[in-house]
Design a protein around this ligand. Structure first.
Ligand code: HEC
Length: 122
């Protein structure tokens, strides 16, 4: 085997491995709405108030999370965490969440509807 081919074999093997690790992680993380319920205490302050708007640093409407699509919520939180989606407070919060936390709170909020006992209308 010449040097050129050898290098490509190594790169191919590494990318297969990287893909395997990435998919293994994704498969492990399954959102649990019950666990999520214990993790949303710090979200409620902003997301739990109907028609709430932050006053600082600018006026922003705080989106409703309850009943949102679970995958959408997960994607949004990962995007804030990575910095792909910009919003300072949400970035600061998202970096404190593990992949499991994100899956859990997304499952929790996705399961909410207007009739939910604990956090109606959000
Ligand atoms: C300090 C107030 C505040 C707190 C606390 C907060 N958020 Fe947010 N959140 C916001 C605001 C404001 C936005 C809208 C930002 C934007 O325009 O991108 C937002 C956006 C989001 C979005 C995107 C929603 C959409 O419709 O695209 C998700 C998901 C979210 N927050 C989840 C959470 C979770 C989960 C927590 C708790 C772990 C939390 N937030 C805590 C203020 C807050």
């Amino acid at each position: 085997m010449n040097k050129f081919v050898g290098k490509h074999v190594v790169i191919a093997a590494l990318s297969v491995l990287a893909g395997y690790v990435a998919s293994a992680q994704a498969a492990d993380v399954v959102g649990n709405a019950k666990a999520g319920q214990g993790k949303v205490a710090m979200c409620i302050g902003c997301h739990g108030i109907p028609e709430y708007r932050t006053a600082y640093p600018e006026v922003f409407r705080v989106p409703k999370l309850g009943g949102q699509n679970q995958q959408y919520l997960e994607n949004a939180l990962h995007a804030y965490k990575k910095g792909d989606r910009h919003f300072d407070t949400m970035h600061a919060i998202a970096v404190t969440l593990s992949d499991q936390d994100i899956a859990d709170v997304a499952a929790y909020y996705a399961a909410q509807n207007a009739a939910s006992k604990n956090n109606p209308d959000k």
